[in-house]
Design a protein around this ligand. Structure first.
Ligand code: C2E
Ligand code: CA
Ligand code: CA
Ligand code: CA
Length: 272
């Protein structure tokens, strides 16, 4: 049999080494960026569909390397997870989020909340709550100004006490990307969740696709039954907006209203 030529194997090995080397380099660059607090945050408004008020915002991590290259969160978040850097990353992001909150608070309503994403691994870290509280204390901010966004994956094996203690501290809890996981509703219903975020893969096909529209309607009604607030993610056009308004979805987030914005632009957005 012919098999793969030596040259091919060598090229393959070299490209493997390349990949390995470049991910190691990226990892050490990320480590350094986190330690020097060079990660940034952008804020994406959550808009009330009836009043048009900005009732909250999601904090999204941004990383621009020293040579001015922007790395997407879908790349550096998984990298940070693999490298065990998430608790440091979240600490850095929370510091920036608190700083942002302090600057925007004159321009937003009393009830305004900033939502921060927390990964599965961190929820299992017993120092999470202590570490979150320490940062808030530094900035003299109360936990009830913050929401924590968790995915279903993060909740699969969660110790309910972890969620209860976050709630008791004052945080509200949002279930992110709702509808994409495999958890049963009866399981989710036992968790102290305040908000359901409808995944943008459903919203993308609303209203022209009947099945996505039905699913979206169902999620809105499930949220109501669970006594949860509901947020639609990834709203990009006015047809989606009209559909969600008609179905009594409370809040929406997406490019139709605004992309995630740097702090100064976010302030301009809420001022006007
Ligand atoms: P996510 O939590 O589901 O965040 C929403 C993503 O949708 C963001 O992507 C946002 O920019 C994007 N988006 C918002 N509106 C629209 C829209 O109308 N259309 C489309 N197509 N996209 C929209 P981003 O910022 O690239 O973040 C990707 C993911 O990275 C996030 O998904 C989240 O899972 C993760 N991530 C980002 N920042 C953090 C962080 O600080 N901590 C953790 N643990 N994860 C983070
Ligand atoms: Ca999120
Ligand atoms: Ca999401
Ligand atoms: Ca997502």
């Amino acid at each position: 049999a012919k098999g793969i030529g030596k040259g091919t194997v060598k090229a393959y090995q070299e490209s493997m080494t390349e990949t390995r080397r470049s991910s190691l380099t990226l990892e050490s660059m990320l480590r350094e960026a986190i330690d020097n607090r060079q990660l940034d945050v952008h804020l994406q408004p959550k808009v009330n569909l009836v009043s048009g008020e900005v009732e909250g915002a999601e904090v999204l991590a941004r990383w621009t390397t020293a040579d001015n290259e922007r790395i997407a969160p879908d790349v550096f978040i998984p990298l940070a997870e693999q490298a065990g850097l998430m608790s440091r990353l979240t600490h850095c992001i929370l510091v920036k989020a608190c700083d942002a909150f302090t600057r925007i608070s004159p321009f937003v309503p009393e009830s305004f909340r900033l939502a921060v994403n927390i990964s599965a691994g961190e929820l299992a870290d017993e120092n999470l709550l202590k570490s979150l509280r320490r940062v808030l204390t530094e900035f003299d901010l109360a936990a009830d100004r913050f929401e924590i966004e968790l995915t279903e994956t993060a909740l699969i094996d969660v110790d309910i006490n972890t969620l209860v203690s976050l709630k008791e501290a004052g945080f509200t809890l949002a279930l992110d990307d709702f509808g994409t996981g495999y958890s049963s509703l009866s399981y989710l219903n036992r968790l102290p969740i305040d908000t359901l975020k409808i995944d943008r893969s459903f919203i993308a096909n609303v209203p022209e696709d009947g099945s996505s529209s039905n699913l979206t309607r169902s999620i809105i009604s499930i949220a109501r039954d669970m006594n949860c607030q509901v947020v639609a993610e990834g709203v990009e056009n006015s047809e989606q907006h009209a559909f969600l308004e008609k179905e009594n979805c409370e809040l929406a987030q997406g490019y139709l209203y605004s992309k995630p914005l740097p702090l100064t632009e976010f302030v301009e957005f809420v001022k006007t």
